[in-house]
Structures are given as C-alpha cells and as structure tokens.
Design a binder for this molecule. Structure first.
Ligand code: HEM
Length: 511
C-alpha cells in the first residue's frame, strides 16, 4: 500500500477512536469476522489484504450458513456467500434485484465503459443478444478450425523448439496468454494482430496497455478504502495516471481496428463479431466498449486454467497416463468439435482445476431493494452481495472431506464409463449461472481441451519451481509470476535440429 493510503487509513482509525472512545475496544458479539464499532473489521481486512481469498474461505467455513456479513469502515456492507441456495436466489430467482450496480460499474467504468461486462438492464440484454451469435455450435465448429491452425502452426512448433533446447525454461502462462490473445483477435476482431508467442519477446502495445488497465482496475476493487483511488484519479496520480494512459492506448488501438474493419467491409463481406457489431449500427464508442469486454473475457481465463492444470498433472501420474490414453484414442483422425466432446476425463480434470482455482474467484452484485436470502441473511438496499466460487470449491459440505484434493473422478458417474455427472451450476458457479451465465463457457472448454490434448499427446511439461504458486485475484485470477517449465517430447522421438528452429533467438539458445 502506498504512503498516502496508509496515512489516510491511520487517520480514519484515530478519528474513529476519538469519536467512539472505549466502545472501539469491544468487538461485536459472535460476529464473523471480529467486528468493532465504527471501524468494523477493517483491522482483520487490512491484516489479510494479501490473502483475501483464503481469509474469506476461512470465515465462510466457520459460518454455519456459509454466509458472512462484512462491516468495514469506509466500505459498503458486504454479504459474502458460499451457499448454493443463496447463489441461485441472487443469480436466477431474484436476478432483477441483484444487478452489478453503480459501485461495480464505477470501478471498471474507466476501462470497460459500457461494454457487456459493465452494464445492466437493456444495455446488457442488447449486447448479450448481439454477442450470442458467436457462440452457436456452428460458430464453435469454425472456431475449431482456427484453433487447429494456430495450434499446429504456432503453438506446437514453439514447444518443439523448446523441447529441442531441453535445458531452456520458459514461462508457460505467458506463452498461453499470448496464444489466447492472438486467438481472440482473429476470431472476434478479424485481425491477425499476432503477438509473438515467445514469452521473452516484447508484447504489442495493445496487449501491454490491456494488462496495465486490467491490473489497476482490479486493484481498485480490492482497495481497503475506495476514496484513496478516487482521490488519486481526481489528481491523476500514481496507478490512476497509469490507468488513464493505458485506457487511452487500448482505445486508440481498438479505434484503429474498427476503422480498418470499416475500410475492409467496403470491399468484402466480413462475418466476424466486430463486422457484425459495426453493421448493427451501434455508435463507434459502443462498438469499442463491446470489443474491449470481449477481448478481456477471452484473453486471460483459459490460459490461467491450462497453466494450473500443467502444474498439477505431474504430481498425478496415473491421471496423466489415463489422459494421454483418452486423448490418443480420440485423436486418431485429428481433433474436431465432435471428438473433443468425448474427452470426458479431460473435461473432469479442467472442472477440478477450476473448482480449486476458478479464474473468476469472486463476483459481486448490488441489491436494489431490501431482501432476504434463503438462509435468512438480511440484505439491505445498496449492499454488495458477493458469490464466491473460490470458497465454494473448498467447502467440505459441498465436496466432501477430500475437498482440498485434486480428484477428477468426483466429476464422473463411474471410473470405467467416465460419464460426466450433472452438477448443480449454483454449487459450481465458475462460469456464473442463470441469465448472465458466461457466454463463452462452451468455447472455453473447446479451446482448453484442444490445447491441452495437443500438448499432452506430444509433450511432457515439467514445472521448475516446487513451491506452491500464489493465486492472485486480479480481474481474472492467475499464478503470481507465471510458471517456468521445461518441455520434452513424450515419446522421446527426434526433435528438430537447432538450424531448423525459429522461435528462440541465438542468444537464448546459448543461455
Ligand atoms: C475458463 C474460462 C472462462 C471462465 C471461468 C469464465 C467465467 C465467466 C464469468 C464468471 C462471467 C460472469 C462475469 C460477470 O458477470 O461479472 C463471464 C461472463 C462472460 N464471459 Fe466468460 N469465462 C471464461 C471464458 C470465456 C471466453 C473464452 C469467452 C469468449 C470470449 C467468454 C465470454 C464471456 C462473456 C461475453 C461474458 C458476459 C456475459 C454477460 O454478462 O451476459 N468467457 N465469464
């Protein structure tokens, strides 16, 4: 935390003590977390600020209803729940009373504007209907063709190079992040804005600005006191200045892409998402905001899940062996939309990774009117109401005593048939659930299966660090610092000679 923020925080605490005298010393009875008059749980919150996911999980484990109410000085009353009945009530039964709300859209508004992620009501519904065209089975079949091209011509050759240089580690998360960014650009924007896959080469300005804007916006959401970032924004200082510059750059790049697309449309009929958006007659600003939301949705989520899977798998030899057998039996004629559906153990593994490490670990709505959740928790108009997939994946009542362990078979009816179980989406809301469920859920599975199957079939991936990586909740959560790995050919077959390689520079090869 920066010095002015600490100063303001201390000032608030001192003021509270002066105003309330002794009563500050006595916590409210039975409150989880420990809560004091005026400052609420600010002290615990501040102490746990770097491990909020685990702190909330601990609090929810202690709570008999799986719900806690957080009172904190200078923050709105927040209800956090890991109770599936409550989640269903918020996300479906009484959906209209729990929009994202202004406090949420204020945090992301500078970056996402009026894009689908950041709006409610008619503005949201209209965008959802427009975007839904890109997620039909027909679009997904076309999507597999793009994936095939990119995997065969870019990703696998990179890994081939890396395997030939078997002592040369690289950051797998960064590689996959760049790969998914390229895919989003091709599929949704119709541009080959290719960013080099080599994790140690510079990223494009567009990508860099996107990363900065996401990181600062996420920081706003988890700040102990919101007026600090608001003040910094007002005076254009520190991280807020970086955000302003990054958003300017993102918008400049997207505007350029829109103009290029308009020029191309005069000569040929494009059918990508962006072309349809433009054809729908929306203003350039609305189109720009929608594009930014879609790029954000498709960019970071899947790469984080795949990376985590490759961190877990080497510790589960039997699962790795079964996965390779499943993949090899299905990919005989090459992977397509139909054969991907049959990879049920792989899907079970992906679900298990997301149960423990959901890319969107928490998500908040804001109550329009007073309400009461099914477990009896009172909600007041204006409260923040957070459903919490990260904590839900770690609740013994929901997943059993072995809830902390990676056990993909919990997702199948039987080990032999591997028919996937139907799981209540409100118990596993990693893609949200109800009317606002993730539009890209099926696309995400198609992509993750295609990439993991192609990689596992040919390569063994070995993470270098043995320490458990820290899971950081930015706009989408991922491992802090990426994940360095070495890669080798699974069947030990010949790899290309260095003269045939093109991804690693000479200096990197010599390192
Ligand atoms: C593992 C991968 C993914 C996960 C876990 C995931 C999860 C989520 C979640 C939790 C939401 C709700 C967010 C909110 O309302 O605040 C969401 C919304 C959305 N996701 Fe995904 N997502 C994934 C991949 C994708 C992909 C690849 C796309 C495609 C571009 C995509 C497109 C969208 C869109 C358009 C929405 C907005 C839906 C709406 O508000 O109506 N997602 N996703």
């Amino acid at each position: 935390m920066e010095a002015p923020a600490i100063f303001l925080l201390l000032l608030l605490i001192v003021l509270s003590i002066v105003l309330t005298g002794k009563s500050l010393i006595y916590p409210r009875r039975n409150a989880i977390p420990r809560t004091y008059p005026v400052i609420g749980c600010l002290i615990s919150f501040y102490t746990n600020r770097n491990r909020l996911l685990d702190w909330y999980t601990e609090l929810l484990t202690e709570s008999p209803s799986g719900t806690v109410v957080i009172h904190r000085l200078a923050a709105r009353r927040t209800v956090v729940t890991a109770n599936p009945s409550n989640v269903e009530y918020i996300l479906r039964t009484n959906f209209d009373n729990f929009p994202k709300g202004k406090p949420f859209t204020d945090i992301l508004g500078d970056f996402l504007g009026d894009g689908i992620f950041n709006v409610d009501g008619n503005l949201w519904l209209k965008q959802r209907r427009l975007a839904a065209h890109d997620f039909t089975p027909k679009s997904l079949r076309e999507y597999v063709t793009v994936l095939r091209d990119e995997v065969e011509n870019e990703l696998l050759p990179f890994l081939e190079d890396a395997a030939a240089q078997d002592s040369l580690p690289f950051d797998l998360h960064e590689l996959l992040r760049r790969f998914t960014f390229n895919i989003v650009c091709i599929v949704f924007l119709g541009i080959d804005h290719r960013c080099s896959l080599n994790p140690s080469s510079p990223v494009s300005e567009f990508d860099r600005a996107f990363q900065t804007a996401s990181a600062v916006s996420a920081g706003r959401g988890s700040a102990p006191v919101s007026f600090v970032w608001k003040l910094k924004r007002m005076v254009g200082f520190g991280s807020e200045k970086d955000l302003r510059n990054a958003v300017g750059e993102v918008r400049r790049c997207v505007d350029e892409i829109i103009q290029e697309n308009k020029k191309k449309r005069k000569s040929s009929a494009n059918r990508d998402f962006l072309s349809r958006l433009i054809a729908s007659g929306e203003s350039d600003e609305t189109v720009r905001d929608m594009v930014i939301s879609i790029v954000m949705a498709g960019r970071d989520t899947t790469s984080a899940v795949i990376t985590r899977l490759f961190w877990i798998i080497p510790g589960h030899e039997e699962t790795e062996h079964d996965l390779v057998s499943e993949i090899r039996s299905e990919r005989t004629g090459g992977l397509d939309y139909e054969s991907l559906k049959k990879l049920s153990l792989l899907k079970a593994c992906l679900c298990e990774v997301m149960r423990l490490y959901p890319p969107v670990p928490w998500d908040s709505k804001h109550a329009l009117t007073d309400d009461r959740l099914p477990d009896g928790t009172v909600v007041r108009a204006g409260d923040r109401v957070t459903y919490f997939p990260y904590g839900m994946g770690r609740m013994e009542e929901l997943w059993g005593k072995d809830c902390d362990e990676f056990k993909p078979n919990r997702w199948v009816e039987s080990k032999t048939t591997r028919v996937l179980k139907k799981v209540n989406p409100f118990k596993f809301p990693v893609f949200q659930a109800g009317p606002r469920v993730c539009l890209g859920e099926e696309m995400a599975y198609v992509q993750m299966k295609y990439v993991v199957a192609s990689m596992l079939d040919r390569f063994e991936i070995e993470p270098i660090a043995t320490d458990k990586p820290v899971f950081v909740p930015m706009l989408t959560a991922h491992m802090a610092g990426g994940m360095q790995v070495r890669v080798s050919r699974r069947d030990g077959s010949r790899v290309k000679r260095p003269s045939e390689l093109h991804f690693f520079s000479k200096s990197q090869q010599q390192q």
